[in-house]
Design a binder for this molecule. Structure first.
Ligand code: NAD
Ligand code: MG
Length: 396
């Protein structure tokens, strides 16, 4: 039997990271953990290292690295600890690595994910923000290096499974009319509008169907997550924003659909558990056990659909506008959203103000071309400054 594939898990201590390690641990003959990274939950990172014996672990700072290195030695492990973005890029591009799970949340994941792309790795992409920020450059780098890009986002993984293998020829060429991107509608789908100003971070993070990190949970509540996913779908499947329709489907059983010109609509269904898309991408084009229970259609009994209401979910409108505008607009949208969501999670802004901050930031800056990574990070930084100005002007 061939040697196990070497996997780097960026963002190993997060929700996607842990689900990835769960799937990997079910298939020790197929996969071995090469490197793990963590940012804040460092005792958990140590426990993961003890369990998976990676060659490398990556942490944000030198002080933390020394402590972790001592603890690893005391545990009898030869895992080497690396530091910061440089360490992340190193374990993402190491010649021994076969696949990289990009599961850092937010803009912080862009450089390491791109390092993996440029090194021609198989990319398991959970970090949607990286693609949203730098879509054109990212896809160009994928084409240049010949890297295999597999979507982990459940919707995009579903679309990938419903597309013909040769979808890269273009949606028109393969007979696809449109992509139907499903959304649960989150915890505030039916909350009276007047109450939205008083919802708490805990309520926003209590997603009805999925258990996820706090940032993406707030994005799901505001439907900015669906907006980011709309942009993500445009890049992954070379679609125009108008070819992607958002459909609210509260049960989260259909993870998305592809509508063909002959009237066929293909859907991917499954229990809402990220181990399914993770296992699908890890083993693609083969199939492996993910540990997810079989779908019980009789227990589900019915599936509902409704159109999204952009008055209730202004972030979805803002994201669609940014998708249409292109260039620097998605990077600015993403950065303003990251600042606004962090402030909401800290209790400094009210939930409806997340959209107000993003709308103001997008209105203040003209859209400019982004021809290199520096321009992407300049747009990102500008949006963070402008969002910060909103916060200080409002005394937050
Ligand atoms: P999470 O908050 O649970 O985990 C985030 C991970 O990133 C952690 O390991 C954390 O230590 C690390 N991290 C945070 N900030 C960092 C920084 N500045 N530098 C380096 N590392 C940092 O988030 P999650 O829910 O696992 O989501 C991860 C990514 O996957 C996000 O981009 C999210 O949109 C995407 N995603 C998640 C889900 C889900 O079900 N959780 C589904 C689809 C897509
Ligand atoms: Mg998703």
């Amino acid at each position: 039997m061939s040697r196990p594939q070497q996997i780097t898990v960026l963002g190993a201590t997060g929700s996607i990271g842990l689900s990835t390690l769960d799937v990997i641990a079910r298939h020790p003959q197929r996969y071995q953990v090469f490197a793990l990274s963590g940012f804040s939950r460092l005792s958990e990172l140590l426990a993961l290292c003890v369990k998976h014996s990676p060659r490398f672990a990556v942490v944000p700072e030198a002080v933390v690295a020394r402590t972790l290195q001592d603890d690893l030695r005391a545990a009898g492990l030869s895992t080497r600890v690396l530091v910061g973005e440089e360490g992340l890029c190193q374990v993402a591009s190491d010649p021994e690595v076969d696949a990289v799970m990009a599961a850092i949340v937010g803009a912080a994941g862009l450089r390491p994910t791109l390092a993996a792309v440029e090194a021609g790795k198989k990319i398991l992409l959970a970090n949607k923000e990286a693609l949203v920020m730098s879509g054109a450059l990212f896809m160009q780098a994928v084409r240049k290096s010949g890297s295999v890009l597999l979507p982990i986002d459940s919707e995009h993984n579903a679309i990938f499974q419903c597309m013909p293998q040769d979808f890269a020829r273009g949606l028109g060429a393969v007979g696809v009319r449109r992509i139907l991107l499903t959304a649960s509608g989150g915890p505030f789908r039916q909350t009276p509008m007047a109450e939205l100003a008083h919802v708490t971070p805990e309520q926003a993070c209590a997603h009805p169907n999925w258990s996820m990190g706090r940032k993406i949970s707030v994005d799901s509540a505001s439907m900015m997550n669906k907006g980011l996913e709309l942009i993500e779908a445009c890049w992954l499947f070379d679609a125009k924003p108008a070819q992607v329709e958002v459909v609210i489907h509260p049960q989260s059983v259909i993870h998305s659909l592809v509508d063909y010109i002959d009237g066929s609509v293909l859907a991917q269904l499954g229990n809402p558990d990220m181990r399914t898309p993770i296992a699908n991408a890890l083993a693609w084009p083969e199939r492996i056990d993910s540990g997810v229970a079989p779908l019980d259609l009789f227990a589900i009994a019915r599936l509902d659909f409704q159109a999204p209401d952009e008055t209730r979910f202004p972030c979805l409108r803002l994201a669609r506008q940014a998708a249409e505008a292109g260039d620097s607009a998605p990077a600015m949208l993403n950065a303003a959203n990251e600042v606004a969501v962090a402030a909401f999670l800290d209790g400094r802004v009210r939930y409806p103000e997340i959209a107000s901050i993003i709308e103001e930031v997008l209105g203040l800056e003209p859209v400019v071309a982004v021809n290199d990574l520096e321009a992407v990070f300049t747009a990102d930084a500008k949006a963070r400054v402008l969002a910060g100005q909103w916060l200080s002007r409002h005394g937050r």
